[in-house]
Design a protein around this ligand. Structure first.
Ligand code: FES
Ligand code: FES
Length: 212
């Protein structure tokens, strides 16, 4: 059979080399994926490092433990409260990378690599933060159980919107419930904190020799 009469092969040397190259690439990718594949966790407790209030903190917890329980039971940061334990009340509010989250809805292991900020970092009994001071001045609590979560959400709100309207305050606190119904005073406290945190406007100096 003449060379030109031979049926064209489905696989040329060129396609063989291409296929082999692609196969090698897939093998490399899957080897990398294999390396990155998370280890199987649990059921025993493992030690992990959380970044809490700017410092690395080690906790030894089972994979089923929430961030809230790790903060409260392992690190003794009891500001965030466990109330509903199902993401419905906001009593456990903390900041994760600056955003408000319900710590009862996040597993401690999933918080690794993120910056967690709790209410304990905002102020001290001797030196309250402006939001904490405004809650005290406005009597913005009764039982106080919702207060730490409210303070975290208010602080995050004022950082994003330094001069919120009443509707914006209500929207900013929509994830936080107060069973004592102290909303009016809480909203007042946010307004007061906003004023306290507002930058002082520079006083205009009069041109020399001019009086008004
Ligand atoms: S305890 Fe987390 S939202 Fe209620
Ligand atoms: S002050 Fe009691 S739940 Fe808000």
């Amino acid at each position: 059979m003449a060379e030109s009469d031979k049926p064209a092969s489905r696989f040329s040397r060129r396609t063989f080399i291409k296929t082999a190259g692609a196969g090698a690439a897939v093998a490399t990718v899957s080897a990398e994926a294999q390396e990155k594949k998370p280890e199987c966790l649990g059921p025993d407790a493992e030690t992990l490092t959380l970044s809490v209030n700017g410092a690395p903190r080690q906790v030894t917890v089972e994979p089923r433990v929430t961030l809230l329980r790790a903060l409260r039971n392992e690190l003794e940061l009891t500001g965030a409260k466990e109330v509903c334990d199902r993401g419905g009340c906001g009593a456990c509010t903390v900041l994760m990378d600056g955003r408000i989250v319900n710590a009862c809805m996040i597993m401690a292991w999933d918080a690794v690599g993120h910056e967690i900020t709790t209410v304990e970092s905002f102020g001290t009994p001797e030196k309250l933060s402006p939001v904490q001071a405004a809650f005290v001045e406005c009597d913005g609590y009764q039982c106080g159980f919702c207060t730490p979560g409210m303070v975290v959400s208010c602080t995050a709100l004022l950082k994003k919107n330094p001069s919120p309207s009443l509707d914006e305050i209500k929207a900013g606190l929509a994830r936080n419930l107060c069973r004592c119904g102290t909303y009016g005073r809480i909203f007042e406290a946010v307004g007061k904190a906003a004023k306290a945190m507002a930058p002082v406007k520079p006083v205009k100096s009069m041109p020399a020799g001019r009086r008004e």
